[in-house]
Ligand binder design. Structure first.
Ligand code: GSH
Length: 216
């Protein structure tokens, strides 16, 4: 398998965690979003959405991270990303898709760029926008977790929810979003970051991160 992605892309980060949790080996092919390589013709021929991640698997190019995560779970059912009970699967999807569609969608790179040019907003205004959409959905996610979760993860093992949550929390910290009032989210974050599958997937540990210590 080949995963085409960018170290800081939260949607690529989702795929790295899921592949690690499932124990699936992959080659990592960097696509430099800072140089707009996702818009190169050679890339858009393979992924017309001009975004990462792109996963080449079983001779087919696949895009769109949520569809990819669901496909991975069906194609490689070991270490499932969804729990066995239908109601628990519903809960995982409720929270994971809320984050994917109501935080990531308004906060993705092309939206943030559009706010600046052509709409003319300053970086400070863009940061306010970013934190607004984080709060708008992390608050109800935290409220749900207060009703449902008391352990290290939403259910017995980390799965689709944690795969989608952790990259958004990484971004929240980059944008100096205050997570202190969200103890359930912080508890799950800490438990995930203690696991090697999450550590290997972290943006700090990717070969295309310019700040990575390549001597270690
Ligand atoms: N819905 C897509 C969104 C993918 C996406 O927006 N990826 C970002 C990086 S996190 C990207 O490639 N952006 C390219 C751009 O903004 O031009 C998915 O879940 O895969």
């Amino acid at each position: 398998m080949q995963l085409h992605g960018f170290f800081r892309s939260s949607t690529t980060y989702r795929l790295r965690i899921a592949l690690n949790l499932k124990g699936l080996a992959y080659d990592y092919v960097p696509v430099n979003l800072a140089k707009s390589e996702q818009k190169d013709a050679a890339f858009t021929r393979r992924n017309p959405f001009a975004s990462v991640p792109l996963l080449e698997a079983d001779g087919r190019d696949r895009a769109q991270s949520m569809a990819l995560l669901e496909w991975l779970d069906e194609a490689y059912p070991d270490a499932p990303l969804l729990p066995p009970d239908i109601e628990d699967r519903y809960t995982v999807r409720e929270l994971a898709y809320a984050i994917a569609t109501e935080i990531h969608a308004p906060n993705n790179l092309q939206v943030l760029k559009y706010l600046k040019d052509p709409l003319g907003h300053s970086q400070d205004e863009v940061d306010v926008w970013y934190r607004h959409w984080l709060a708008r959905t992390l608050e109800p996610v935290e409220a749900r977790l207060a009703q449902l979760a008391s352990g290290d993860f939403l259910f017995a093992a980390p799965g689709l929810f944690e795969v989608v949550l952790l990259p958004q929390i990484y971004n929240a910290r980059r944008f100096e979003f205050d997570l202190a009032p969200m103890p359930h989210i912080e508890r799950i974050e800490a438990a995930c970051l203690a696991l090697p599958e999450f550590q290997r997937a972290h943006p700090d540990n990717q070969p295309d991160n310019p700040e990575k210590d390549h001597t270690s």
